[in-house]
Design a protein around this ligand. Sequence first.
Ligand SMILES: [Ca+2]
Ligand SMILES: [Ca+2]
Ligand SMILES: [Ca+2]
Ligand SMILES: [Ca+2]
Length: 239
Amino acid sequence: MRNRQSIMIIFGLVLILMAVVVADAIGQLPVADANGPYEENESAVVTFDASGSYDLDGSIVSYEWDLDDDGEYDDATGVNVTHFYSDNYFGYIGLRVSDEAGNTDIDTASVTIYNIPPDVYAGPDATINEGDTFTIAGSFTDPGEDEWTAEVEYGDGSSAQPLIISGKSFTLSHVYVSDGVYTVKVTVEDGDGGVGVDTLEVTVVDDDNEIPEIPEFPTFTIPIAAIIALAFFFQRIRD
Ligand SMILES: [Ca+2]
Ligand SMILES: [Ca+2]
Ligand SMILES: [Ca+2]
Ligand SMILES: [Ca+2]
């Protein structure tokens, strides 16, 4: 019984010794640190930082990055690397570090790029005459690589109309048939859930009040009456 215990202890010690020898041959594994999580707004350059990685018994000789989340560490190399995100995004990046013995370690971090909604400027308030066409140029900003759609409500009960977007500009054009104050509302959507709204006021002036009518009596009847009176006067003199 005692002999058996001794054999077991010796066997255990041999195993530990073998493990130490093997570990010493391999060396200590490096530790990858991809930092993060990374968060930015769309149209941003993100810097990924692997400076927290280390190797206790040597040094890290390579930093390889998988930035497109395809499992291949082939997109960039270096302690700090950058990537431009033109649009909102969510995914993971991977970092693989290697030490001089060829040992590797991998770490991942999440990347969240937020969408920014359009910031709309419909244009300044305007005053026009009844029956005239209200026309104005508006615009919006949005840092993302988005596909925008826009519509306008002219506030006089007419239905909403789609706007043609050129770059980040559009033109409003509408005929108001009745006087009043109308709120024009422009809505721009970026296709990623971002919605921007702006309004302006159009004051439509009653055309009858705007241009007062010129009285006809003084300009035409007085001269005619005067001519008749003069003719009558000269007729009396001649007689
Ligand atoms: Ca090592
Ligand atoms: Ca990749
Ligand atoms: Ca976007
Ligand atoms: Ca956007």
